[in-house]
Design a binder for this molecule. Sequence first.
Ligand code: ADP
Length: 243
Amino acid sequence: MIQLSGLSKIFGSQQVLKEINLSVDKGEVVVILGPSGSGKTTMLRCINYLERPDAGEVRIGNLAVRGKHPSRRDIHQLRQRTAMVFQQYNLFKHRTALENVMEGLTVVQRIPHSEAREISARMLEKVGLGSKLDHYPGQLSGGQQQRVGIARALALNPEVILFDEPTSALDPELVGEVLEVIRRIAREGITMIVVTHEMGFARDVANRVVFMDGGVIVEEGQPEEIFQRPREERTRQFLQRIM
Ligand code: ADP
């Protein structure tokens, strides 16, 4: 359903992505692992053109977007099919949880207010925040704010949700509640690409683990293959360092 072909990105003199090829099936949960600076976030951001690749193609379903200068319409369509959950939540501070979730529906998808409100309340309910609709981000814990971020992504009904280290800004005691919500949504069969350092999560939830280093995919496989029988020395060394 999602196919990245020959995706390359250069920052200054550094090639951060080197002709990445990756396919993700509908309903699959793919976890991206790799050392800091290996290009994980950049790859994720290229999928919805928050970052423009210098070369290559992003295909989602029947939509193919190519190279550095696609049409605005293509980018718009790509963004209609994707939603992102950010490390720092990226909520509007002066809007309530409900208004934060509604924003994308009313502004981007032009869904009528009453309907957007109903969808948003339902999504906040789903992430366990049914009693916090009128709270502002400042009145919520980091874990709750991130759950608003997840509700916002879900509300858009995207074909894929891209998670960019969704728990790395959280205090350790708040990580579990956010992973639990992601785990629950994953079970509903939503396609997900998740950049994370949470190995337990990767092991339990991922259908596939992709290990990146130096702007390339070093190896990919089922979690038990990657964690127990990595083929590549670089993967082995990385896993030894973090586990
Ligand atoms: P990861 O997510 O694996 O930690 P990133 O994709 O964030 O890696 O970064 C890969 C490399 O690209 C790093 O060396 C980083 O410094 C560089 N980089 C990322 N974003 C930018 C940017 N906007 N401008 C310049 N360099 C960047």
